[in-house]
Write a protein of this length. Structure first.
Length: 300
């Protein structure tokens, strides 16, 4: 039995995206969900195929999403996905016009990233039991996450070949396959050296692996597993709302800026292709300066 035409068109588009941009599997899966959800909505109301929709069809779908109380951010992301899809169909000659032209994204406020105080970070880093091999591994991962501002996918996917202890740097392969060199601070290097000297071998046993932070099975840890480990350590640290790995990345950027780092340096360390993505952290740093002024200035 052949697959539905809409599914076939979507898969060909995702294949093209993978070839052209090297997008991560998670990003491609998100695009697939959005496109197939739209295809199912069209089918449910007896509408046209994906390749034949009109601007009015898209307007009706976006209105439906809003009626279902989807956030403006979610609707905007969906529209962005549909724009890319229909531009691809137009270039490929599958459609004669782009139905997403002149469609406005819903207005959305730009939320400030959540962060952690420096005291919270210290307590979180100190929470793992370093007498245990798993705890020692977790301490190293947290130290590296905060010292380098890594994405969680970059952290759990690290291999031995990406680390140079002599030079004190990591070679990170980020979004779109882009590489960047990230310096590792002295404290994180100290923990890494101790970890590689013993606890890592204890975790692996007789197995061999090039994964820097293996699980007890010798394989790379999943993002979800590391998030679960952070929750456990946050509970020990007495942090009421467990921070996600991304919040620790935000703390890295915010604390750097609070201590006078240049915005473009932070952009390079985070692996942002566009400076505007990094600039949101200036709002967090500016608010911190206002709070300090209000707290300590005689006329604050």
């Amino acid at each position: 039995m052949s697959e539905p035409l809409s599914v076939s068109v979507v898969e060909r588009y995702l294949d093209a995206l993978w070839m052209e941009k090297g997008l991560a599997d998670n990003t491609l899966s998100s695009y697939r969900r959005d496109l197939l959800a739209f295809a199912r909505w069209l089918e449910g109301r007896g509408g046209p195929a994906l390749e034949q929709v009109t601007r009015e069809d898209l307007q009706a779908y976006l209105a439906t999403l809003m009626d279902r109380r989807r956030s403006p951010r979610t609707v905007a992301r969906c529209l962005s996905c549909l724009r890319g899809f229909y531009r691809h169909l137009l270039r490929a000659g599958v459609t004669l016009e782009d139905p997403t032209l002149d469609l406005d994204s819903p207005r959305q406020g730009r939320p400030l990233p959540k962060s952690l105080s420096e005291d919270d970070v210290d307590r979180l880093l100190s929470a793992p039991d370093t007498d245990d091999a798993l705890g020692f591994r977790d301490r190293c991962m947290l130290e590296l996450l905060y010292a380098c501002g890594l994405r969680v996918s970059e952290l759990v996917g690290l291999t031995l070949a990406q680390l140079s202890l002599n030079q004190g740097v990591l070679r990170i392969v980020g979004k779109g396959g882009k590489e960047r060199l990230v310096p590792v601070g002295e404290e994180a290097l100290h923990w890494l050296q101790r970890y590689l000297a013993g606890p890592r071998s204890e975790l692996l046993g007789a197995r061999s692996s090039d994964v820097l932070f293996p699980s007890r099975r010798g394989s790379a840890m999943t993002r979800q597993t590391f998030w679960h480990r952070i929750k456990l350590h946050a509970r020990v640290a007495g942090i009421a709302q467990a921070p996600s790995p991304h919040v620790v990345r935000h703390a890295f950027a915010t604390h750097l800026l609070n201590h006078g780092a240049d915005l473009r340096v932070v952009q390079m360390l985070l692996g942002h292709s566009d400076l505007s993505t990094t600039q949101i952290y200036t709002h967090v740093a500016r608010q911190r300066l206002k709070d300090l002024h209000a707290q300590h200035h005689p006329r604050g």
